[in-house]
Ligand binder design. Sequence first.
Ligand SMILES: NC(=O)c1ccc[n+]([C@@H]2O[C@H](COP(=O)([O-])OP(=O)(O)OC[C@H]3O[C@@H](n4cnc5c(N)ncnc54)[C@H](OP(=O)(O)O)[C@@H]3O)[C@@H](O)[C@H]2O)c1
Length: 268
Amino acid sequence: MLLENKVFIVTGASSGIGEELSKQLSKEGAKVVCAARTEAKLKKISEKINSSGGHSIYIQTDITILEQCQNLIDRTIEDFGQIDGLILNAGISMWAKFDEITDPGFFSELMKTNYLGSVNCCFAAIPFLKKSNGKIISCSTAQAIMGFPNHSGYVASKHALHGFLETISMENKGEITILEAVLSWIRGTNLRGNSFRADGKKHKDEYRKHTNQSVSLESCVGSIIDGIKKEKKTIYIPKKLGLIPFLNTFFKNFLQKKVIREINKNKN
Ligand SMILES: NC(=O)c1ccc[n+]([C@@H]2O[C@H](COP(=O)([O-])OP(=O)(O)OC[C@H]3O[C@@H](n4cnc5c(N)ncnc54)[C@H](OP(=O)(O)O)[C@@H]3O)[C@@H](O)[C@H]2O)c1
């Protein structure tokens, strides 16, 4: 897909991967619609893009509210006349072992944002994506394929999104394409600080340090954009994550033991 003059909506554009995607897409000549709840941050990011020669607008959107997703799509069409790409990036996380959780209420928050929020965006955007033979891109995780300790509710929400998008792909063959970006740990985002802890409150601050296996924001986003240009269906960042579906099918016990060992090693 050529990105010049294409219109991309990026959800979760107020920080981390979404912010960097908005910046890199606009450098490639795409028109970018930045969406998230925090208007002040979106404004700053959009102004920065426009002052460096890019073309962006921002629309305050809480993706858990269908009417706001509908507004996001309607205003994009009013301003740009088309939608070529919908990037399902907005997301929240958790870090707590299931049997230590004292208030499981945040499981519904994880579902409402990571899964149902993305469903809301797709519901509003699909008629326009069909017209443009457009693309849906999801920022997913290898954990959605194999499970992961301390991430039960997060993994479940991303697994649900994966199943939903596989179906959307089949229902819209020849009209809409899907790219699933399967990511490892990415440094420099607010995901960990904003994640739920066992009592349902937010962890705040960087409570877990990234290991040297983590990927930089710039490199991660560069690979996602490369995947969009090359019309890939799935990309693994870093590439070695591509082994996970195979290992999970044929060597599940080995894979699970390796993950548990790594988690225990990085506990402190
Ligand atoms: N970082 C990683 O290691 C990693 C690994 C695998 C997958 N991912 C996925 O990548 C995506 C981006 O994560 P990140 O690391 O960049 O995290 P981040 O820095 O915390 O960014 C999350 C974004 O989502 C937005 N958001 C949250 N709830 C929202 C809602 N209800 N409506 C609209 N926007 C909402 C936030 O903006 P507001 O608060 O302003 O709304 C923020 O812009 C997530 O889906 C995450 O699961 C990340």
